[in-house]
Design a protein around this ligand. Structure first.
Ligand SMILES: *Cc1c(COP(=O)(O)O)cnc(C)c1O
Length: 393
C-alpha cells in the first residue's frame, strides 16, 4: 500500500490549461467584458456540440432552470414532477415560480427517475393535474428521453432535461440512433452547468439548449430584465435608435464574455475530457467487478458521460471516513431532495421514496476527473480494496 498523496483527491475538479488562461486574458484586453461576441460564440459552439438549434448562456445552472420554468409558464398551483436523487436546484426552480414539486422514485439499477413510477403517479390523478417533468441525467447517464417524451405527450407535460451531468452523453433510441443529451429533439428545454466540478468549467456559468426559436427568444429576454431592444424600429416607430422596452419582469442572469471565452476554450477539449472520464470509469468497473461488498451504479452503459463514479456499499459512512484518512475526498450525491428540511415542511417524509432512500444510504462518489492520473486512481482502488477486504490487501 502506497502512502497517501500530499494533496487531497477530490471527487471532481476542473482542468485549466494555458490555452484557457490565454483565452481569458485576451478577452480581458478586448472591448467587451460582457454582452459581447464571446457570449454568442460560446452559445453557437455549445449548440453545435450537443446538436441543438439554439443555446442561451446564463450566469449558472440554477438560473438556467429558473428561466426555463418561467419560459414554460410555471405558476402557483401548477405541479411538476422530478427525481429525489438530484441537486436541489432541479426542484427549486419550480418553487421560484410558486409551483408545487412532486417526486417519483428512482430506478435502483440506474439511479434515474423511474418512468414507471412517474406513470403510476400520473395515472393516479386526473389528466391536467401535472404540467411538467424535470428528469435528470444523473451521474452522466442519459435519461431514455424517447420514453420520457412519449409519456409526457400522453399526459400533456412539457420536459426540462437537467443535463448538468451529461454534456456529450447520449442514449440509444428504439431505432438504434444515438440521441445526445440536450439535443433539443425530445425535451422542450435542457440545461447545463459550468461549475468547476462539471465537465466544462467557467467558475459559474450555465446554458439552456432548445430547438424552439420562440422559447429561445423568450429566454434571452428573461435573461436580461425582460427587456427587448428595438433595433429594427418595429416596436415603436416614433422612437429613436436608443429605444428598448421592458415587456415583462425579467432578471440579470447574464454571463460575462470573460467566462464564455473560458467556456469555448474548455469546450474545444470536451471530447478529450469525456474520453478520459470513460476510461477511468472502465478501470474502476474492472477493479470493482470482482470485489465483494461493492456495487457499481449502472456499469458499462453506452453514452454514459460520467460526471460521477458512484459505488454502493453497506458501510458507506465508514468508507467515507476511511478514505478521508487516506486524503481521498469521496462525496455523497445526493441527500434526497424530499428529505431536505425545506421540502419536509412542504409535506414530504422519510419513507416516501424507498429506492431513493436505500440508494442514498449506500452511495459514494469516488474521484473522477480528466486530470486524475492512473497512479492516483490505482491508489484510490487500493484504498477501497483495503477497506472492503483488509485481509487480502
Ligand atoms: C450543478 C447542478 C445544478 C446547478 O448548477 P449551478 O451552476 O451550480 O447553479 C443543477 N442540477 C444539477 C443536477 C447539477 O449537478
Amino acid at each position: 500500500m502506497k502512502t497517501p498523496p500530499p494533496y487531497p483527491l477530490p471527487y471532481g475538479r476542473q482542468h485549466i490549461t494555458d490555452a484557457d488562461v490565454a483565452a481569458v486574458v485576451e478577452t480581458l484586453r478586448s472591448d467587451f467584458l460582457t454582452q459581447g461576441p464571446r457570449v454568442t460564440e460560446f452559445e453557437e459552439k455549445f449548440a453545435a456540440y450537443v446538436g441543438a438549434r439554439h443555446a442561451v448562456a446564463v450566469s449558472n445552472g440554477t438560473a438556467a432552470l429558473h428561466l426555463c420554468a418561467l419560459a414554460l409558464g410555471v405558476q402557483p398551483g401548477q405541479r411538476v414532477i422530478t427525481t429525489p436523487i438530484t441537486f436541489a436546484a432541479s426542484a427549486n426552480c419550480v418553487r421560484y415560480c410558486g409551483g408545487e414539486v412532486h417526486f417519483a422514485d428512482i430506478d435502483p439499477a440506474t439511479g434515474l427517475l423511474d418512468l414507471q413510477q412517474v406513470r403510476k403517479l400520473l395515472e393516479a390523478h386526473p389528466k391536467g393535474y401535472f404540467t411538467g417533468l424535470i428528469p435528470v441525467d444523473f451521474a452522466g447517464l442519459a435519461v431514455d428521453m424517447e420514453a420520457a417524451r412519449a409519456l409526457a405527450d400522453e399526459f400533456g407535460l412539457w420536459i426540462i432535461e437537467d443535463a448538468c451531468h451529461a454534456p456529450g452523453g447520449f442514449f440509444v433510441d428504439s431505432q438504434g440512433q444515438q440521441r445526445y443529451c440536450g439535443s433539443g429533439q425530445l425535451a422542450e428545454l435542457a440545461i447545463f452547468s459550468f461549475h468547476p466540478v462539471k465537465h466544462i468549467a467557467t467558475g459559474e456559468g450555465g446554458m439552456i439548449t432548445t430547438n424552439d426559436a420562440q422559447l429561445a427568444r423568450h429566454l434571452r429576454r428573461l435573461r436580461t430584465h425582460g427587456i427587448e431592444r428595438d433595433a429594427t424600429g418595429l416596436l415603436r416607430q416614433d422612437e429613436g435608435g436608443w429605444y428598448m422596452e421592458m415587456q415583462e419582469l425579467g432578471y440579470n442572469y447574464r454571463i460575462s464574455d470573460i467566462l464564455c471565452a473560458l467556456g469555448s476554450s474548455q469546450l474545444a477539449r470536451a471530447d478529450e475530457g469525456l474520453a478520459r472520464r470513460r476510461a477511468l470509469a472502465a478501470a474502476y468497473d474492472a477493479a470493482f467487478a470482482s470485489l465483494p461488498g461493492v456495487g457499481i451504479l449502472a456499469p458499462g452503459q453506452p453514452g454514459h458521460a460520467y460526471h460521477l463514479y458512484v459505488v454502493l456499499v453497506e458501510n458507506r459512512r465508514e468508507l467515507y471516513e476511511f478514505l478521508r484518512t487516506k486524503n481521498i475526498l469521496a462525496q455523497v450525491h445526493y441527500v434526497p431532495v424530499h428529505r431536505m428540511p425545506y421540502y419536509e415542511k412542504l409535506g414530504w417524509r422519510a419513507g416516501d421514496f424507498p429506492h431513493a432512500e436505500a440508494y442514498y444510504a449506500r452511495c459514494l462518489s469516488l474521484p473522477l476527473y480528466p486530470t486524475l492520473t492512473d497512479e492516483e486512481q490505482a491508489y484510490v482502488i487500493d484504498c477501497v480494496r483495503e477497506f472492503l477486504a483488509p485481509d487480502a490487501a
